[in-house]
Ligand binder design. Sequence first.
Ligand code: OAD
Length: 257
Amino acid sequence: MTQREMDRACEILSAARSICVSTGSGMSAESGVATFRGADGLWNNFRPEELATPAAFRRQPAVVWAWYRTRRAQVRAVEPHAGHLVLAAWEARLALSACGSADSEPDRPLPFTLVTQNVDGLHHRAGSRNIIELHGRLDIARCTGCALEQRGLDDLGEDPRCPCGARMRPGVVWFGEMLPDGALELAANAAAAADVFLVIGTSGVVEPATSLIHVARSNGAKIIEINPEATPLSGLANVVIRAKCGAALTAIEERWR
Ligand code: OAD
């Protein structure tokens, strides 16, 4: 992480009227949540086709539920880190600066949108508010029959049922499934309206989340990537910060504040 990259990122961000941030599992790594790919990634030890597809759930619902129950417990045991808090602070700052200005026109998108592929809820716990969760949430169950959603899953059984009689499933998006209703449209609108698109901690290989960077770029946004590793998205970025996001976001915030 060079001074020049940090200064450039800070300059771009502090001049922005609208920021869209897109996060992947690397955003939660410093809180102690496993990523999916890479050396210690979940998909090295677990097979997605046995745990994260509708067919797997039909075949072995109790096994799938057990895996999500374990992940839910792991996430509950950790805390948002400094990088999560910085993003929440930026949302509050941009909301304040837009308040009372021409930017607060009702048809204008909110000045800060956080789009995440993460299902761990850590951005909420850190205080971010305008969050689009493309892949759902670990702490929600949804009925496969009537689509009723249930939160607070402490006393769910091994193969829980809805009051309507149908099976409940984890409220996450599995391979081959559509994103939650309207989520991609909202995210694309935020990406299109953004002056800056900041992409953090994603390998950039899962669609449609990855497509948002193209929407932002073709609408003129400056792109900043924060990731210790190169990704297929790196070549699209105006500024690349090769560092862990906790340190990188904190360093940008120190310059901006
Ligand atoms: P991946 O595991 O594919 O990628 C994690 C990225 O985070 C990698 O590029 C790492 O280099 C980077 N990374 C690791 N530690 C970091 C840190 N401290 N700071 C910043 N970056 C760091 O995770 P995703 O891209 O989120 O979908 O994966 C996308 C989707 O694939 C997930 O939402 C999940 C998975 O299958 C579903 O389950 C539907």
